[in-house]
Design a binder for this molecule. Structure first.
Ligand code: SF4
Length: 447
């Protein structure tokens, strides 16, 4: 169980020396209990206390890295069951299955699909994160050949080698020796041998068993072979089983600090029918999978899954927002139109995207409204005539543009008169209500 603030306090030196940056040992203990401070900040803590507190303060779901460099995937480290309690830490990764029975051309095509899967959505890069190479053939040589091809064509992409065949695992993992691969294939029959392969190649080990009891026994056994980096699979494949097992695993880890299940979860979502596959994957995204294996890449499926993942892994207590400033879009001259909106990320990216589509260079004044959208900010009194006027005056835009014409969003047309009153010498034009009306609106003004 995680220790309470008072239990932690009892283990601290109790000198209130303030070296940790907190006024008292008790205040520091409270921060440790909330996982908002690091024990390293107290230089005087005893070795014994450090050991006890170190174990207690380790994240209940073990942190694991897959791959190296910029494209490495981080998993685990979660501390809560629900995102309204605290932000989820590491977004689940999507991996595309590549079977070793495919031809070289087909494998190459799938590798390219993964490499080219990246899209930009509200300022974040979203992509298929990894490749899961499966030993469909059962042949070690075929798996090795496919592994070498993947290693040479996509050296940066994290890789999961899926096989229960020891020889095949050894042969296929070699090309990824220094790249922190994952070998998914340990079970009750081959645990010790697979643990040795994982140790030799510094790989994370994927462990599967039938149900949670067998799974927790198996992870403890593998831990006794000195392998601690594991991802776990309870063999749940149907939607209901995935939902149940993933929830029980996360609850056991978070609520009970039950270490045998305190590992990231891998989910196999592959289905013949893409829509069915997408639905299974959404359960994994929403309910605690750390890696989800997909059989194919389709743009619609990627977009749906990326958007769901992005929304769940943002901090619900902090709206996504962009910096307050005047953004130039295109080669904006001093005569270019000036539009204003709020700093909610989604609003900014949609409005700026539509301005780009119009091909009319503009300036977009983005006003800090604490990350609220236009109507919400207006209703909350943060996007008012006085505040808009003050922002425009203080922004220095009057030295940048030759005109005095401000385009406001159509949803706040009601503000046009009062903004003109407060912004002396300026004319206010009401723009379209929806951002998708901007291209026609701007082109009409340009002619
Ligand atoms: S540095 Fe350690 S001993 Fe000093 S106040 Fe902080 S917790 Fe207490």
């Amino acid at each position: 169980m995680a220790l309470t603030g008072v239990e932690i306090f009892k283990l601290l030196p109790k000198t209130n020396c303030k070296k940790c940056g907190h006024p008292t040992c008790l205040a520091f203990a409270m921060k440790l209990a909330q996982r908002q401070a690091s024990l390293d900040s107290c230089p005087d803590v005893s070795e014994d206390a450090r050991r006890i507190l170190g174990e207690a303060s380790a994240p209940p779901v073990r942190p694991i890295s897959l791959g190296v460099g910029d494209k490495a995937v981080k998993m685990g480290e979660e501390t809560v069951l629900f995102r309204h309690d605290k932000k989820f830490v590491n977004p689940c990764a999507f991996a595309l299955e590549i079977k070793d029975t495919l031809s070289e051309a087909d494998i190459t095509k799938k590798i390219e699909d993964v490499v080219n899967s990246e899209i930009d959505r509200v300022g974040q890069k979203l992509k298929i994160d990894a490749i899961a190479l499966t030993n469909e053939s059962g042949d070690a040589g075929k798996l090795e050949t496919a592994a070498k091809l993947i290693s040479s064509k996509a050296p940066q992409v994290p890789v999961i080698i899926c096989t229960t065949n020891l020889q095949a695992a050894e042969a296929a993992v070699k090309p990824f020796d220094d790249r922190r691969p994952l070998i998914y294939g340990a079970n009750a029959d081959n645990a010790e041998a697979m643990a040795n392969v994982a140790k030799t190649f510094k790989a994370t080990l994927g462990v599967s068993a039938k149900g949670l009891d067998e799974l927790s026994t198996l992870t403890e056994k593998i831990k006794s072979f000195d392998v601690e980096d594991m991802v776990i699979d309870s063999s749940a494949r149907r939607a209901k089983e995935i939902l149940e097992d993933n929830t029980l695993i996360r609850r056991a880890a978070i609520r009970k600090n039950f270490k045998p299940l305190g590992y990231p979860v891998i989910t196999f979502a592959q289905r013949e029918d893409s829509l069915h596959e997408a639905l299974i994957a959404t359960i994994g995204v929403a309910k605690y999978s750390s890696i989800i294996i997909l059989s194919s890449i389709e743009k619609w499926k990627n977009l749906a899954l990326f958007t769901l993942r992005q929304n769940l892994y943002t901090d619900p207590q902090v709206p996504m927002q962009v910096e307050q400033k005047i953004y130039k879009i295109g080669e904006a001259t001093p005569e270019a139109p000036l539009l204003i909106t709020t700093n909610f990320s989604l609003t900014y990216f949609i409005v700026s995207g539509e301005i780009e589509n119009s091909k009319v260079p503009c300036r977009l004044a983005v006003m800090d409204c604490e990350g609220l959208s236009v109507l919400t900010a207006w209703a909350a009194g943060k996007f008012t005539a006085s505040k808009i006027a003050q922002f425009i005056k203080e922004s220095g835009i009057e030295n940048e543009v030759k005109h005095r014409d401000l385009v406001i969003p159509g949803y706040v047309a009601i503000l046009s008169g009062s903004v003109e009153e407060k912004l002396e010498g300026w004319k206010v034009t009401v723009g379209p209500r929806e951002a998708n009306g901007l291209p026609a609106f701007l082109r009409a003004r340009a002619t």
